[in-house]
Design a protein around this ligand. Structure first.
Ligand code: ADP
Ligand code: MG
Length: 294
């Protein structure tokens, strides 16, 4: 039988905009000592904007944007939304076929007659596109400046960079301070590059040694397992398709209400207001609720 206090706790959660899958979840929540946080869409708004384009020889900015915008248009990823929106603002999107995507990697599609690949370096490599040292230097300088940079290949050759930036949610720093005040260790886990990840971590108060960047979707779940193997009780907070395996593996999976359906289905808790402060509230709620049951 479920103690009445837990049912009251779930009801109280609903009032706070926290959807709890079942009463048992509150008990698991109480034991959490480490909170892994996805970056894009969790700590940041996930409303990226294209800030600059770096076309390679043979391409100009508008052709690069038109090709990658069309290729990204079927993708759900915030990076894809931003690039497609930027392209659409300049010209109607071109017809796209044969769309393919690798979560945490990138996309591939045929735009008109051209095969367009966009994503991280390893994804371009998988598609037979190599970067030169000069390309890598351009990439590094964009990343040092805080950009999330996407590499683009067209018909098997490198075609340029698309640089995007995101904004940190206004509430994130205070919410992370609250987690620390509750005795929890916040850890940043992201598929994005290390330079951006460290800049974001510094701004929200996550220690540099607790930043894990360039992590693949299976790497997120593996990170959860490694911490669990060391005896830590782990909550994972995320919103993307790429976060789902880690949300399922965590002792407590927390999805953003704005997140993808896959993330919400994999989670134990859903934060309807998309505010990280609600993560701390959930943990406080479980501590209080269970405190009153005994
Ligand atoms: P995050 O952990 O920041 O939410 P993801 O795991 O979703 O990031 O993605 C990791 C990286 O994979 C991105 O920074 C990007 O380089 C690449 N990527 C993922 N999806 C796409 C996409 N639709 N288009 C281009 N690149 C992508
Ligand atoms: Mg995300």
């Amino acid at each position: 039988a479920t103690p009445i206090g837990l049912l009251v706790g779930t009801g109280r959660g609903a009032q706070l905009g926290i959807l709890i899958r079942g009463p048992q979840v509150l008990e698991d929540t109480r034991k959490i000592d480490t909170v892994l946080l996805d970056k894009t869409g969790t700590i940041t708004e996930g409303n990226l904007a294209v800030t600059s384009l770096g076309p390679a020889a043979g391409f100009d900015e508008s052709e690069l944007l038109a090709l990658v915008g069309a290729a990204e248009s079927p993708s759900e990823h915030p990076i894809a939304h931003a690039i497609a929106a930027a392209a659409r603002a300049k010209a109607p999107l071109r017809e796209t076929s044969g769309f393919n995507s690798a979560p945490g990697g990138g996309v591939r599609a045929t735009v008109g007659t051209r095969v367009v690949v966009a994503g991280r370096e390893s994804w371009l490599k998988e598609n037979g596109i190599e970067l030169t040292d000069a390309h890598r230097a351009d990439l590094a300088s964009a990343q040092q400046a805080g950009a999330t940079s996407i590499m683009v290949g067209v018909d098997g050759a490198f075609a340029g960079l698309v640089n995007l930036t995101d904004t940190i949610k206004e509430s994130s720093a205070a919410a992370i301070a609250k987690l620390k005040a509750l005795g929890l260790r916040p850890v940043l886990l992201t598929g994005d590059n290390a330079a951006v990840a460290k800049l974001v971590a510094a701004q929200v108060g996550i220690a540099e040694e607790d930043v894990f960047a360039d992590v693949f979707p299976d790497g997120k779940a593996r990170a959860v397992r490694e911490l669990q193997a060391r005896g830590q009780v782990v909550a994972m907070v995320g919103d993307g398709v790429n976060d789902a395996p880690a949300l399922a593996q965590a002792d407590l999976g927390i999805a953003m209400g704005s997140g993808t359906d896959v993330a919400i289905e994999a989670a134990d808790l859903t934060i309807m207001g998309n505010d990280l402060a609600q993560v701390a509230q959930s943990i406080e709620l479980s501590r209080k609720t269970l405190g009153t049951i005994k």
